[in-house]
Design a protein around this ligand. Structure first.
Ligand code: ZN
Ligand code: ZN
Length: 408
């Protein structure tokens, strides 16, 4: 692979990473949604997907039009990666595997592979699919995060425009991912191109409640909230409002159960409407013995697109790690999630001296490694494509948080 190709991939993933939940406490969508969004016609910049494909030598027959408008009306946000996944599905997996290979001569190859793998849901085939209905919950006294997500905002809306649409509900700030120019869709100078979604950060919970009361609540479609706003070019555009109920971040099945990090998986690329109970429900259906699920949140207690699930049995844990990519189909959304071992702070399991920065998720290893031990043990043809994982130091999520349990 040429240097250019590497750069293209790195650029893509850096761009993606800058938006991705673990790196930022301001964005609440799962990693990589930018890719598919940017690739949608009419959004101006198609290059990220193209770059990756080019880098992989796959750009020749891109069926760009195939996914046009697919589900966009109902799911303008948290786009899954169906498009890129489709493209890759027909290609041999081996060409993808080379992306993750690490090399003893390239000191950055392990980090690079680990970063790529963190976003691998974009390009990986699901090993299984769960489809069904998520448990419906009746809330007696829901407490909301002050932050809400707005999906499908008019492309020409300005920050001032948004302020005037929502000011009546109370003082607020707009969090506009990509407004800082880091976003791949912002290179066009002098043009304000919103990314299609924003967050509203209210100063009080009461504002969230009044906004929700002013929304139409579509129960037939999984209880989604819609609110109409207007911009210069678009009259009464319906935008989706996604609030978050704070108690939805944790789900404990059996309070007496000890939660062991060794039986905990990290789940990435979560959909923003999936709560902890739903996540537990799905993984319990698929692998059994779920005792806890937690959704990672930012400082506003709003989800950041990842979570953790703890099993009571090692067997269920292994099944989940083996599955790695699972497609979830519900009435509300379809989304491919990524499952990895939950990593702890650890020494290198080989030399027992250095910090075990890398974890090999291949079951033949399944160990923490320091850099030099990784290189020593991953230089043969059999081991070169083992996927390295890295702990996310910026993530404040603990595997087994102190959970406030309801009185028994
Ligand atoms: Zn070591
Ligand atoms: Zn390995």
């Amino acid at each position: 692979m040429s240097n250019n190709s590497h750069t293209a991939i790195l650029d893509l993933f850096n761009a993606t990473r800058s938006m991705s939940p673990p790196d930022s406490d301001t964005s609440g969508v799962s990693t990589g949604s930018e890719i598919s969004e940017a690739a949608l016609p009419g959004n101006g910049n198609m290059s990220p997907t193209i770059d990756l494909l080019k880098a992989l030598g796959l750009q020749s027959d891109i069926p760009m039009q195939r996914q046009v408008g697919h589900g966009m009306q109902q799911q303008p946000l948290y786009n899954d990666f169906s498009m890129s996944a489709d493209l890759f599905a027909s290609r041999p997996w081996t060409s993808l595997n080379t992306l993750f290979s690490t090399s003893a001569t390239d000191p950055y190859s392990i980090e690079r592979a680990a970063k790529l793998y963190r976003n691998a849901a974009t390009i990986s085939e699901p090993t299984c699919t769960w489809s069904g209905q998520l448990p419906m919950k009746i809330y007696r006294n829901p407490v909301y995060s002050f932050k809400v997500f707005l999906g499908g905002v008019p492309w020409d809306i300005t920050e001032a425009g948004l302020q005037s649409c929502f000011r009546s509900f109370g003082a607020l700030k707009i969090e506009w991912p990509g407004k800082d120019g880091k976003h791949p869709r912002y290179p066009i100078k002098g043009k304000e191109l919103p990314v299609g979604y924003v967050y509203i950060l209210f100063e009080s919970e009461r504002s969230v409640r009044s906004l929700l009361q002013a929304c139409t609540h579509d129960f037939s479609n999984g209880g989604e909230y819609y609110f109409k706003i207007s911009s210069k070019r678009m009259r009464s555009k319906e935008v989706q409002v996604i609030p978050w109920i704070i108690s939805d971040s944790n789900y404990v099945k059996s309070p007496s159960q000890r939660l062991e990090p060794q039986k905990t998986v990290f789940v990435g690329a979560l959909h923003g409407m999936l709560n902890a109970e739903g996540l537990a429900h799905i993984l319990n259906d698929l692998f059994g013995n779920v005792v806890y699920a937690g959704i990672d949140t930012d400082k506003h207690k709003y989800p950041i697109g990842s979570g953790r699930v703890t099993f009571s049995s090692h067997k269920s844990y292994v099944k989940a790690v083996t599955a790695a990519f699972v497609e979830i189909k519900t009435a509300k959304f379809t989304k491919k999630i990524q499952i990895d071992p939950y990593l702890e702070e650890s020494q290198c399991n080989v030399c027992q001296k250095e910090h075990g920065v890398y974890f090999c998720r291949d079951f033949n290893c399944f160990l923490y490694y320091c850099r030099s031990c990784w290189q020593t043990y991953h230089s043969s043809d059999n081991t070169r494509y083992h996927k390295p994982l890295m702990r996310n130091n910026k993530s404040s999520a603990k595997c087994c948080p102190v959970v406030e349990l309801p009185p028994v």
